[in-house]
Design a protein around this ligand. Structure first.
Ligand code: HPA
Length: 279
């Protein structure tokens, strides 16, 4: 039996954050493995460690710091999550998505979510950036939906629509930014698995047949919770490795972090461009 996060638990975190900031963020940004660098360029930053927030899960993964960074990017007030929480760390789905609930109770209307992912599409190469146009909720299909448990009626409906998890006009904006900057932007469907083991060759062939272009261990629960509260979402995957459909290569976390160095400036360019045009 899971412990479900209550509105008062969310609001106690929100209160502590509000007490320390004087701006209203317009976007919440979640940084994936190896993509933490962007948080360091936030201006006039207020940093709040997850450790200092009540009932807040702490990221245990190498390559993930554990704090909110609140300040300005491209002149827009943002709240950046430097370090995300993953289900495989042993947290509940409610804990994994608590940061998104916090964004919602802070009245943040948009979320930009990034991740490191394995490229399942045969044309994708390490270092590529993929605009996420849709997702496959494999965790949810096996009974791990973050909205299970009592519905938070103040935030959203019991049975939320999921026909447009990723906002079409944000996708268009990202394409435009990529084009203007001469950056090749891949596009596709992200499949979310629990991890922490990487996929077997048969897993990967299954995912490819199911329509996945990239695979990772995050993002999908966060996006479902974001959409429950009607946030508009932009999603970007940094392709850190090529899916090993025939078992001829091995995948390591070090490889994921290393690829992040090439991917970070590209993801940063798109996020900055999108923020600039955000109304
Ligand atoms: N599989 C799952 N998650 C990942 C991968 C992968 O190949 N690469 C980075 N995150």
């Amino acid at each position: 039996m899971q412990n479900f996060i209550t509105l008062s638990e969310i609001d106690s975190v929100v209160k502590m954050i509000k007490d320390q900031i004087s701006i209203q963020p317009v976007a919440g940004i979640i940084l994936g493995s190896g993509l933490n660098g962007l948080a360091d360029s936030v201006q006039d930053a207020v940093r709040i460690s997850y450790n200092d927030l009540p009932n807040f899960p702490v990221s245990t993964v190498h390559g993930h710091a554990g704090r909110f960074v609140i300040g300005y990017l491209e002149g827009k007030p943002v709240l950046v999550m430097q370090g995300r929480i993953h289900y495989y760390e042993g947290y509940t789905m409610g804990q994994v998505t608590l940061p998104v609930r916090v964004m919602q109770r802070l009245d943040i209307p948009s979320m930009i979510v990034t991740n490191a992912a394995g490229g399942v599409h045969p044309d994708f190469e390490p270092g590529d950036v993929m605009l996420i146009t849709d997702q496959i909720n494999l965790m949810g299909m096996s009974g791990l939906n973050p909205l299970m448990g009592p519905n938070l009626d103040e935030i959203g409906t019991r049975f939320p629509d999921m026909s447009q998890p990723y906002d079409r006009s944000y996708c268009e904006l990202a394409r435009q930014v990529a084009m203007d900057n001469g950056l090749t932007l891949r596009e596709g469907v992200y499949a979310g698995l629990s991890g922490p083991s990487f996929e077997s060759p048969a897993d990967l062939r299954f995912l490819r047949m199911a329509g996945a272009d990239a695979v990772g261990m995050s993002t999908v629960p966060e996006v479902i919770v974001a959409r429950h509260g009607n946030m508009r979402v932009l999603g970007l995957s940094g392709i850190s490795n090529k899916a090993n459909l025939d078992g001829s290569t091995v995948t390591t976390h070090e490889e994921v972090i290393e690829a992040g160095k090439v991917i970070t400036p590209k993801v940063e360019m798109i996020i900055r461009g999108v923020l600039r045009d955000l109304e």
